[in-house]
Design a binder for this molecule. Sequence first.
Ligand code: FAD
Length: 190
Amino acid sequence: MIIVGAGPAGIFSALELTAKNNLNVLVIDRGEEIDRRKCPSSRGFECHHCEPCSILSGWGGAGAFSDGKLTLSTEVGGWLNQYVTEKELGDLVKYVDDIYLKFGASEQVYGGDSDEVDEIERQAAAAGLRLIRQVVRHMGTEKCADTLRMMRKELNDKITFMPKTDVKGIIIENHTLKGVETSNGEKIPK
Ligand SMILES: Cc1cc2nc3c(=O)[nH]c(=O)nc-3n(C[C@H](O)[C@H](O)[C@H](O)COP(=O)(O)OP(=O)(O)OC[C@H]3O[C@@H](n4cnc5c(N)ncnc54)[C@H](O)[C@@H]3O)c2cc1C
């Protein structure tokens, strides 16, 4: 089984696929291992327009070095509510949040019910706006990367990770998916 991309979508797919099954999972990313992702601009240089960009590519994906705000709301951030009920979506948000917690995300959440939020809601209403209340887990830049490192560690023996490999396309023969082809012409069977 091949997962292309080691961003949150790829990592969570790998965690799910390996949790209960003894599957042979290969994760491919055009970027680097998390601790080899180095951006020249973080050392004071201007953007070198690296290809692939270390900020956006590699283990952890685009937000690996962000301050990691997890919005624990069913009302913002996507359109899954078109496919599942509000209750199912709430359960899914909790399921994913619990995985982040298991891998070391901070317990601290912001924006629940409080006088401060009541006051912001009142001011918003006075301006004709509706405040959408939402709880946000704030991991912080360090914790965000650490959480991804822990997931990498957990998956180390369960998957094969192939960094620095750009996938050009999928291989289909007789209407059947056979694998992927990399930019340097290597064919990897599924
Ligand atoms: C600066 C910044 C801050 C952010 N902060 C937050 C935040 O606080 N909270 C929040 O919820 N979201 C945040 N986000 C958004 C969040 O990072 C994305 O929603 C999330 O990364 C999407 O996950 P993904 O796995 O779908 O894609 P990505 O994270 O983009 O991962 C895709 C991966 O696939 C790889 N890839 C793509 N094409 C190929 C190919 N052809 N061959 C091989 N590999 C390939 C890429 O290298 C990449 O590593 C932030 C994003 C950025 C850029």
